[in-house]
Structure formats: C-alpha cells, structure tokens
Design a binder for this molecule. Structure first.
Ligand SMILES: [Zn+2]
Length: 349
C-alpha cells in the first residue's frame, strides 16, 4: 500500500522522500537557537514508524555513528514505512561532551516531562510529544558511562511480547530483562504501548568499532523483523540470545589503583579473582573476587578507584558456559566480517 505524507514538527515529507527536520529545542542566552536535527526517511510503501535515537546522554557517542551509517545504507531507498532518526537528543550535553543538561539533570530521568517544568522536563516533553508520539516502535542507543564500557547488550522489558520479539530480532547474544527506571524514555514509550529496546555498548566519549558494527546490524535486523526492509537473499546467521536472570555489580572494597584481569564478555566463575586494588605507595593489595558465576557485561576502565565504586557488572545465566561460547563466536564474527557500513573504508588492522 502506498504511503501518505508523513508530518513531523510542522514539516510534511512526501512518500519516497527524506529530509532533516530542525526541531527547535532552546534559545541560548547568546541568542543562538539550538535545534535537535531529526532525520526522516519516508518510504513509498506504508509500514511502521521506527524511532532510533542516540546521545540522550550527551557523551554517549557510539549511537551517533551507528545512525550515521544506517542513514547511508542504499537499502534506505527501498524502505517500507518511516525511519525517524535522532543522532543527538541531548544537544546541550553533546556540545559540552557531558551526559547531563546544563541544569545537571539527566534527561533520561525527566520523561514524560512537562511544558512548564525544569529545562530537562521541557526537553523531555518536546521529545515525547513531537517525536516519540509519532513512532510505532523505538530503539534507544546508549553506551556505558565515562571510564566504563559495556559488552554489546540489549535491555528491554520482555514481558511485552512485541518488545521481546524486537529484542531477539536485534541479534546480540545478551539480553538483560531490566526493570524500567522512573523517568526514562523507555518507561514512557512502554506506557504508551510503543515497543522499545535499549542497545548498550562501549564507553562514553569513545567510538568502539565492534559496538558500532553490532548496532548497525542490529537496527537493520529490527527493520527486517518489522517488514521495513526486505529479508536478506542469503539468510545471515541467526543468534538466539540468552536472557540474564539477574545481574550484580562488584564494587571496590578499598581505595587504590585498580587492575582488571578479565575482559568484557568473558565467562566468570564464582570466587574468581577479577582484579586487584593496590596502594601505589605501600605493598598493600587486595583481590577483587566474583560473588557469582556469569558473563562480564560491564567494566570500569579507570585504574584510580574509591571505595564503593562499581568495578565489574556480571550478568547471571543458567547456561553460562554455552552463553560465553556464543558471545565469543559472535564477537569474532563481527571483528572478522567486512564492514557492514556500505561505502565505508575497511578499518585498519
Ligand atoms: Zn546512557
């Protein structure tokens, strides 16, 4: 069925057209207008409206690059439905290379927001009413915080069957069935029955090529799942993801200089030594041991730690050994593959 024009932010996009809608976010005190640019790719044929957004935490950059590569794919010309892509939601934070807004709020705790509330509430309200409300499905792209990296993983509320199907379609081996936090984009989307998944991979303020490739592939997998792109002629290897029953953070029991002994994605055994914290001035040293078996899905990269800081994030699975093998095979497959981003030169070895 042929599509009708798609309206967003007062702009009408004809079927088969693409455009960038400049959504006015603020007028700075320098009188400079600050916009949130929104890419709209509107297919000739009717279909779902998929929102893909990144940098709701302004320093989380992998998603910005993932969206850039997705928008360059030639298959976008044959899209069914509409892709609404927002490379940078928190434009304030992006300018300052910061997770937060100028009022030090976390935009991803401000949803659904309000028209008359704080700066964060107003931005959340704008994003919700002007952009999210137009979507039928959503993918929110994140990374770990500064100095912390995440193994590529999907977080989603698997109680919703449509969300669970999207989470599986994305095609990463690890899914964390996570409780919705107050004020997140994910929470407000779920409340409106918009199936939504969060992709977490890599570290803030860094590009991680594997995380980016996995993300580009994941979004195209979701678009195929939703019927927005045609199926591959040669079916790709389908990953059956494992769902973590729970996850735990292992924290520093003292201040000091921290050395990690395990890599992201590694299989962890109960009581295994994960790292050491030592004093740079004396011979004092303690071991950091794992309280449980699981897969390492997040890790601190900064050697300087204070007592109580989160060092390792371990996800627990019933079949840890099998999941670990699947993660290893998957990661090797991504690293060895040709670049998934069309027209991008291969990365240097
Ligand atoms: Zn984030």
């Amino acid at each position: 069925m042929t599509a009708t024009p798609f309206e967003l932010g007062g702009v009408s996009v004809a079927p088969g057209q693409r455009t960038i809608v400049e959504m006015p976010a603020a007028q700075l005190y320098t009188q400079t207008p600050l916009n949130i640019p929104v890419h709209v790719v509107h297919g000739r044929q009717k279909g779902p409206v998929l929102l893909v957004c990144a940098a709701i935490h302004g320093d989380e950059l992998n998603g910005v690059e993932i969206i850039r590569r997705v928008l360059r794919m030639s298959s976008m010309k044959r899209l069914h439905g509409t892709l609404v892509a927002v490379p940078v939601v928190n434009v304030f934070g992006f300018i300052h290379k910061s997770r937060y807004l100028p009022d030090r709020r976390d935009l991803n705790r401000c949803f659904p927001g309000s028209e008359t509330g704080s700066l964060g509430a107003r931005m959340a309200w704008l994003f919700k009413t002007q952009i999210l409300d137009r979507a039928t499905h959503a993918v929110d792209l994140h990374t770990g915080a500064v100095y912390r990296s995440n193994q590529p993983q999907i977080r989603a509320n698997l109680e919703s069957p449509d969300t669970a199907a999207m989470a599986e379609a994305f095609g990463v081996p690890l899914i964390l069935n996570s409780v919705l936090r107050d004020g997140t984009l994910r929470e407000v989307a779920e409340a409106q029955n918009i199936p939504v998944i969060t992709y977490e991979a890599g570290e803030a303020l860094r590009f991680d090529e594997t995380s980016i490739r996995v993300g580009v592939r994941g979004i195209t997998n979701v678009m195929r799942h939703l019927g927005m792109l045609s199926e591959r002629k040669v079916p790709g290897h389908h990953v059956k993801p494992a769902v973590a029953g729970s996850s735990v953070w292992v924290r520093a029991e003292r201040d000091g200089v921290f050395r990690s002994l395990v890599a992201l994605g590694a299989r962890i055994k109960k009581d295994q030594i994960l790292g050491r914290i030592s004093s740079p001035f004396t011979a004092d040293e303690i071991e950091v041991r794992s309280p449980c078996a699981g897969i390492l899905v997040g890790r601190d990269n900064l050697p300087l730690v204070n007592e109580g800081e989160a060092l390792f994030h371990i996800a627990r699975f019933d079949e840890v050994k099998q999941v670990a093998q699947q993660v290893e095979d998957f990661t090797n497959g991504i690293v060895d593959a040709d670049p998934v981003a069309e027209n991008d030169p291969p990365i240097a070895p």
